[in-house]
Design a binder for this molecule. Structure first.
Ligand code: ZN
Length: 155
């Protein structure tokens, strides 16, 4: 399944990006690394993610598929550990704090932050707005004098 522009369904709209599209911008979905970056840096970011940050990208994919839960599946938790140790990123292993509080979601955020930091050098990222901008309200604001069917036969 893919969207009209050829992006595989659910993936970031930047060409070839290995991350899921999780942030909406200009009616497309981008990953947290590509969103709000100047588009002339898209390929450099994709290359960074695919070539240098692949173990972290893969770890995030496993965490997301598991819904941040490892109940009954130690093997996937271990797979992520191996990815991070293999990439010499022991600093990104699940912390004791995160383990105690079942904080896989906090762990996921820390991994995502590591990728955002890794891509920080590619173009200035505009801040992600916290509120979705809304158009001003148009049309009647009170119902009392608004009769949408007034020009026809009264119902
Ligand atoms: Zn992306």
């Amino acid at each position: 399944m893919s969207e009209p522009n050829g992006t595989p369904w659910g993936m970031c709209a930047a060409y070839g990006c290995p991350l899921p599209g999780t942030v909406g911008s200009e009616s497309r979905w981008y990953c947290f690394c590509h969103v709000n970056k100047p588009s002339n840096f898209n390929d450099a970011i994709t290359r960074e993610l695919r070539e240098k940050q692949k173990p972290i990208v893969d770890a995030i994919a496993i965490l997301r598929v598991r819904g941040c839960s490892f109940y009954g599946s130690d093997s996937e938790y271990r797979a992520i550990q191996q990815l991070l140790i293999g990439a010499d990123r022991r600093d990104l292993l699940m912390s004791a704090d995160e383990k105690q509080t079942g904080g896989a979601r906090a762990w996921l955020q820390r991994l995502e932050r590591a990728l955002i930091d890794a891509c920080a050098g590619f173009g200035q990222q505009k801040p992600i707005p916290l509120a979705v901008p809304t158009a001003p309200v148009i049309g009647p604001t009170h119902a009392s004098n608004f009769h949408p069917y007034a020009d026809g036969d009264a119902a």
